[in-house]
Design a protein around this ligand. Sequence first.
Ligand code: CP3
Length: 344
Amino acid sequence: MLKNDRFLRACRRQAVDRTPVWFMRQAGRYQPEYRRIREKYSLMEICEHPEICAEVTLLPVRQLGVDAAILFSDIMTPLRGLGLRVDIVENVGPVFAEPIEREGQVAAIPPFVAEEAVPYVLETIRILRRELDVPLIGFAGGPFTLASYMVEGRPSRDYRKVKTLMYAESHLWQQLMEKLSAMVASYLVAQVEAGCHVVQIFDSWVGNLTRTDYETYVRPYMYSIVAAVRATGAPVIHFGVNTGHLLTAIADIGPDVMGLDWRTDLDEAWQQIGPGFAVQGNLDPVAVFAPEEVLAAKVTDVLRRAGGRPGHIFNLGHGVMPQMSVSALQRVVELVHSHEVQEV
Ligand code: CP3
């Protein structure tokens, strides 16, 4: 049974007693317990062992008092499940043994069937549904963000290879995006069917595209993903970094909740996309390192910009960082929960 459903209510723009709060990357190296588990298991080993993965997912829920859990996994999990050779290298990120260069490589990627590719993810979700008293968020990387790692082979600063492929090899781009969007849709639906209440699409790096390029090369593939999840009845959250110039273009895909990074003022962003969306965000993650009064003022400022309107979910404007302290994040949760929600 759910102890509180504030998070679900906010996703649906219903009234809440307190603003729900959770953090992207809320499980991770900032937690001593997580670091101890990582001494024995790699990131992917954790994801592939349901009991351990469920335990890691629960750590921040118990420790921070957040209003939602996010499945512990990585955006690379389904690609590994399909047999692609990708490792998550510490302090680097995903690294592919054979970056995508030719059509034959894309054609060789098999169709995604969750029960076959990632049975451990579905089992983790089932365990979590028995253990959790707050809603569970499932997730996947967006097709552009996944493609950027697959083509560049590793994290990139300028996205030169992936964007060049996109501009120069339209058939290969289409083939890759179709494959990835079918995978993402099917993976998200499988997570909902296994028990996730809500899903988030992390299209973290789309902010590196112009609005026209986003609309031309990426957005056409997003509609079917959102439509497939919405057919299950589960709310969809979209998140990307540096997307101030893309907000209305992304809103057109029709997610229930728009994730905002910290660069955009929440009130202005909400005004731009309109009251038909819930919004999630958007404290500057680095504010967590600020002195207590400065942090408190910045948390209050985000809440003030939300103005008590239904449909605000408090989060950081990007993920938790390894250097953050558990106590500072606990403080943020307490601060958010100490404000009564009153529409102004
Ligand atoms: O939010 C959560 O608690 C769920 C866990 C989660 C992870 N990755 C675990 C992880 C989520 C939601 C992700 C998503 C993810 N992974 C994204 C999109 C979100 C974003 O930050 O924009 C991206 C781009 C990735 C790819 C990836 N995985 C990167 C760039 C890194 C960092 C490499 C490093 O060492 O700093 C990873 C590794 C990773 N994924 C960690 C965690 C907790 C780092 C800790 C570890 O190695 O144990």
